[in-house]
Design a protein around this ligand. Structure first.
Ligand code: UDP
Ligand code: MG
Length: 315
């Protein structure tokens, strides 16, 4: 099989039929064998039933059903495990990333690139806050790590079989996919595109999930935040030393009475705040260490529907 398309879906009943239609059209147009691997991430609406319907009448469709909601990254990881194509496309179910870019990506792949990621030139139909925070996040994350993480790039991309296998082999459970794909290396290139408005439905990333996602990404690719403790410690020590000299000077050489309460409280509260913040930061890393050490799988598959024909092909 030449192409696989991995589509994570969580409560996407409003868009999934349109997604299926547009993907099928594009894939048929490319004129090679393909499969659509839908991963239903514990949807509570009719997403799974609708996809199972596609499986029943289209042998190119497969459905991987999770036992509950595990999240966007685990869903993509599962899709990558089940994908069997020589090249694997990853795309969101909401049609924000246009599948019509696939042929362009495939062309680059034929030229010999192993990863062709979509780079957002523009984002349409997203809130001012989402755009600004995303822009800041990509730049901040890049400055935090030594891995070459491309800017303004989501999960929308084509990856070669070799890259897919390499990423699948990585044992970590906290999977920031686009980071892992950068980390494994290979020949990578970008295709610019315009990110569109969601076809229907609402974003599944409320602020709370966005923050958790950002924290996962940062902790997975950088331990610079931990070094913050050292830097701040030095700065505070230096400041304290200078300030102490001032106090000595005042005590021995001037008549000013040294007033205490306000400055003591100020310094106490400030340093307490910093110490608590750093403890919290360490907690973030320790919590994640704990998660990894427990070694529970990143997701649990309840059932897989469809794709039998391709299985026979392999046998
Ligand atoms: N998604 C998922 N599990 C989740 C949240 C999201 O599989 O827990 C899927 C969702 O169905 C969509 C993709 O991940 O296909 C991206 O989510 P969304 O479009 O809501 O995020 P946004 O584009 O707003 O960042
Ligand atoms: Mg979206």
């Amino acid at each position: 099989m030449t192409y696989s398309v991995v589509i994570p879906a969580y409560n996407e009943e409003e868009v999934i039929t349109e997604t299926y239609k547009r993907l099928s059209e594009v894939m048929r147009g490319m004129g090679e064998s393909y499969e659509l691997v839908f991963v239903n991430d514990g949807s509570r609406d009719r997403t799974a039933e609708i996809i199972a319907g596609f499986c029943a009448c289209d042998e190119n469709v497969r459905l991987v059903n999770f036992s509950r909601n595990f999240g966007h990254m685990p869903a993509i990881s599962a899709g990558m495990e089940y994908a069997r194509g020589a090249a694997v496309f990853i795309i969101d179910a909401d049609l924000q990333d246009p599948p019509e870019v696939f042929p362009q990506m495939a062309e680059k792949w034929r030229e010999g690139y192993h990863v062709v990621y979509g780079q957002r030139e523009k984002r349409e139909g997203e809130s001012w806050f989402k755009k600004a925070s995303a822009k800041f996040f990509y730049r901040f994350l890049r400055s935090m790590t030594s891995v070459d993480l491309p800017l303004d790039t989501g999960e929308f991309r084509l990856i070669d079989r070799k890259v897919c296998d390499a990423v699948n082999k990585l044992p970590e459970k906290n999977r920031y996919i686009r980071g892992l794909v950068s980390w494994v290396g290979f020949k990578q290139t970008a295709v610019p595109y315009v990110r569109q408005e969601r076809f229907a439905g609402k974003t599944k990333y409320p602020l709370r999930k966005m923050l958790a996602f950002a924290m996962d990404a940062i902790t997975a690719f950088s331990y610079k935040p931990l070094k913050l403790a050292t830097t701040l410690g030095f700065l505070i020590a230096l400041f304290s030393f200078v300030y102490l000299l001032v106090i000595f000077y005042q005590f021995f050489f001037t008549d000013t009475t040294i007033t205490g309460w306000a400055s003591t409280m100020g310094i106490l509260l400030l340093t307490q705040g910093i110490v608590m913040m750093i403890l919290g930061l360490m907690g973030e890393y320790i919590g994640r260490l704990y998660e990894e050490i427990k070694n529970r799988p990143a997701y649990i598959v309840q059932e897989v529907i469809g794709g039998e024909k391709q299985n026979q092909d392999i046998l």
